[in-house]
Design a protein around this ligand. Sequence first.
Ligand SMILES: Nc1ncnc2c1ncn2[C@@H]1O[C@H](COP(=O)(O)OP(=O)(O)OP(=O)(O)O)[C@@H](O)[C@H]1O
Ligand SMILES: [Mg+2]
Length: 422
Amino acid sequence: MSELESMLVPLAPLSPAQTVNEVGEILLDREYRRFLCLPVVDRGRPVGAISRDEVQSIFMKMYGRELNGRKPIFSVMNPRPLVVDMDQSLDQVGRYISANIRFPITEDFIITRNGEYVGVGHVVDLLGAMQSRLGRANSELTQACERLKSSRAQLVQSEKMASLGQMVAGVAHEINTPLGYVKNNVGLARDLLDQVGRRLAVCEALLARLVSGEADEAEVEASLAEIAELRENMGVEVASEDIAALFDDTQYGIDQISEIVLNLRDFSRLDQAPVDSVDLNQCFDSALLIARNAIKYKAKVIKQYGAIPKVRCSPSQINQIFLNLLTNAAHAIEGEGRIAVKTYADQRFVHVEVQDTGKGIAEEHLTRIFDPFFTTKPPGEGTGLGLSIAYQIARRHNGHLRVVSKLGLGTKFRLSLPLTEP
Ligand SMILES: Nc1ncnc2c1ncn2[C@@H]1O[C@H](COP(=O)(O)OP(=O)(O)OP(=O)(O)O)[C@@H](O)[C@H]1O
Ligand SMILES: [Mg+2]
């Protein structure tokens, strides 16, 4: 059933030849009393509408009835009534009625099918139907908006996870190197201590025999020979400095591992990290450490850090921007190249520039790189979300992210964060 059909009343129409007096009688009928104007139909087609008010004003006055009552309604009807077709949508009908209604609330509309009269409808019903439809559309829109918001949040989260995931392999590698020599050193130290222990045991046994005066010459000689052999077996004289150096080395390895783990922990604070007063030079170093593996065989990093004041920002989010800029730069470099990082400040902003000697960005792509899902990487290699998220993070900090690029020469991104609190 069409929406219009539900409000259709198949009222028997008036004919143009009926007199005003006749119509006055009809108006008293219960069915007709509900309508503010009545359809006039000639040979199946609507030709006008008669206003209840108008007929009544003639009919109720004695002289009026005398004077005008015998006239056909043809002469007093509105020859341009509101007519809508059953096939029209509620929207079309609404638009037509609101554009053509002349007597709001006192006009009703005629409904036709293929130009033939089928009934009438109330404007008030139409308004009601349209209002409830708007309400439904509004709540659907609100729901869709909520769904969009949550899927956007999920996307942002999954991009963070993806970029983190990419780095995990690299970080595992970074940890593996110091871990390797820490393990090695511990094994070495254990061996040494074993041998030292054995030598000590022979020495102590000899000492005990000597103190008690029970040792004879042959016994002392045998013990000394054993000690000499043990010493020989150790190959080199183990100086206490050697052992100290072994432990220093091990300590260094462990420190390196903790540094990486600490950075990783900072970086993986993926929630809305609290705003902090942050030294962007330090922040960039931490991103460099995480991205080291992705960069190391492709680019030499040249740092030109200025003396910049701390800024209020969310360090983990800014870290995410840096990491993205660094991996993008490394990806853009074919063969070997350079990534130059420069930081400086002016009156209002702290700027961080990341410039690479990569392949550059084509002019027609420059306007699109901040769009979500824009990527030139093969499927599975890039989501195209990195820069759009970076852009949003910059905006959320009241800062901006800008780019200049020359095809074949390289690209420079500049992140600017305001000195005042975001
Ligand atoms: N330094 C750069 N040099 C050249 N092109 C770049 C550079 N940075 C970004 N682009 C271009 O911008 C596109 C979008 O970058 P963005 O970081 O948003 O997504 P992506 O790197 O393709 O994918 P994802 O970051 O999800 O892995 C890239 O596909 C690339 O074409
Ligand atoms: Mg990227």
